[in-house]
Design a protein around this ligand. Structure first.
Ligand SMILES: Nc1nc2c(ncn2[C@@H]2O[C@H](COP(=O)(O)OP(=O)(O)OP(=O)(O)O)[C@@H](O)[C@H]2O)c(=O)[nH]1
Ligand SMILES: [Mg+2]
Length: 311
C-alpha cells in the first residue's frame, strides 16, 4: 500500500495550493527554501533565475501547504521569457491562495503594477496575501504606503524577511487559517516533486549565473545527460551547457578553460552538499543557435507548458 494511506490526519486538517508570485528577484525561491528548511529552488542575486513552476511541500500537524514557486513576472523579450510569464499566470489561476511578494526595500516597479492588474483580473474569490519581503533592509520609519496601495482588499498583509527568517511562522499561521479542509496529498517526508537530474541541472545553472555577467546568465540552459550513483559515496554527473552563440561558448569556457573550471568547482561543491556524496562532474558546452526564440529547442530543454488535455 502507498505510504499516503498509512498516514492519518485530524478532521480539521487543512490543505491546498499556494501560488508564490511576484516580479523577478523579490525572494520567492528564498522564501520557499526557508519555509521548507531545504534547498529545492536555486537562488541568485540576478533576476529571472527561476524558469519553471516548482512545487514545495510543507507538512505539519495542522495541514499540508503545496507552495508553487514561479518565475518572476516581467516584460518578456523572447519565447523563453513569454513561457516563464505564462507559467506564473497559470499558477495564479490554479491556486487556492495567492501569495504576492514585493521587495519592500525598493519602490514598486512598473512590473508590480502590471501584476496588480493581472491579479485583480484573475483572482476571482481567491484570497491574496500581500507579502512585503526584505524587511531586514528597511528602516522602521520607511513609508510603505505605495506598496500597500498596489492592490485593493488583500486578505492579509505581512512583512517578512525570507533571508533572515523573520515572521515566517506568522505567515504559515495565516495560510493554514485560510486553506480549505483537506487531506494530506503527499507523504509527510516529501518536500518536492522534482527529480535529482533536474536539481543537478539547476545547481549547475546557478553556478553559471553567479559567475557570469551581462547576457550570459539568461542565455544558458543546462541538460544533465548522465546521472549515475556510482556507489554510496560517489555520484557521476555529466551535463551539457547550452548557449545561443559561439562567442558565448567562448565566455563560458574562458581563457585556457578557467571559467568552465570555476563553474565546475562551484557546482560540484554545492551538488556535494545537496546530495551528501562526492560528485564527479563532467561539463560540455554546446551552441544551440537562438534557442530562446525557438520553440522546438525550448521543448527539448524542458521549457514547455503542458497542453490543456495533458494537465
Ligand atoms: N536582504 C534580503 N535579501 C533577500 C531576501 N530574500 C531574498 N533575498 C535575496 O534576493 C535575491 C533574489 O532571491 P530569489 O529567491 O532568487 O528571488 P526570486 O523571486 O525567486 O527571483 P526569480 O526566480 O528571478 O523570479 C537573492 O540574492 C536573495 O538572497 C530578504 O529577505 N532580505
Ligand atoms: Mg526564483
Amino acid at each position: 500500500m502507498d505510504d499516503i494511506f498509512e498516514e492519518s490526519w485530524s478532521e480539521d486538517h487543512r490543505s491546498g495550493v499556494v501560488a508564490v508570485v511576484g516580479r523577478p528577484n523579490v525572494g520567492k525561491s528564498t522564501l520557499i527554501n526557508r519555509i521548507l528548511g531545504q534547498k529545492i529552488a536555486i537562488v541568485t542575486n540576478k533576476p529571472q533565475t527561476t524558469r519553471k513552476q516548482q512545487l514545495g511541500i510543507y507538512t505539519e500537524e495542522r495541514g499540508q501547504i503545496l507552495f508553487v514557486d514561479t518565475p518572476g513576472i516581467h516584460q518578456p523579450h523572447h519565447k523563453l521569457g513569454q513561457y516563464m510569464v505564462d507559467v506564473a499566470y497559470e499558477a495564479l489561476r490554479d491556486a487556492d491562495v495567492i501569495l504576492w511578494l514585493l521587495d519592500a526595500s525598493e519602490p514598486p516597479h512598473q512590473d508590480d503594477r502590471q501584476i496588480a492588474t493581472h491579479i485583480a483580473e484573475l483572482r476571482g474569490e481567491t484570497p491574496v496575501i500581500l507579502v512585503l519581503n526584505k524587511m531586514d533592509l528597511v528602516t522602521a520609519d520607511a513609508d510603505l504606503s505605495e506598496h500597500l496601495n498596489l492592490i485593493e482588499n488583500p486578505h492579509q498583509v505581512i512583512k517578512i524577511s525570507a533571508a533572515a527568517g523573520e515572521n515566517i511562522p506568522e505567515l504559515i499561521d495565516y495560510l493554514i487559517d485560510i486553506l480549505p479542509k483537506g487531506p494530506r496529498y503527499y507523504p509527510s517526508d516529501q518536500v518536492s516533486e522534482v527529480n535529482m537530474r533536474f536539481i543537478a541541472a539547476e545547481i549547475i545553472r546557478e553556478a553559471i549565473i553567479e559567475l557570469t555577467e551581462e547576457e550570459i546568465p539568461y542565455t544558458v540552459a543546462v541538460e544533465v545527460d548522465q546521472y549515475k550513483e556510482r556507489n554510496e559515496d560517489l555520484t557521476y554527473i555529466s551535463a551539457i551547457i547550452y548557449v545561443e552563440r559561439d562567442s558565448q561558448k567562448g565566455i563560458i569556457i574562458g581563457k585556457n578553460g578557467t571559467m568552465i573550471k570555476q563553474i565546475g568547482t562551484k557546482a560540484r561543491q554545492e551538488l556535494s552538499n545537496v546530495l551528501g556524496t562526492k560528485v564527479y562532474l563532467d561539463l560540455h558546452v554546446k551552441v544551440l543557435k537562438n534557442w530562446r526564440s525557438d520553440e522546438r529547442f525550448m521543448n527539448r530543454l524542458g521549457y514547455r507548458l503542458p497542453k490543456k488535455d495533458e494537465r
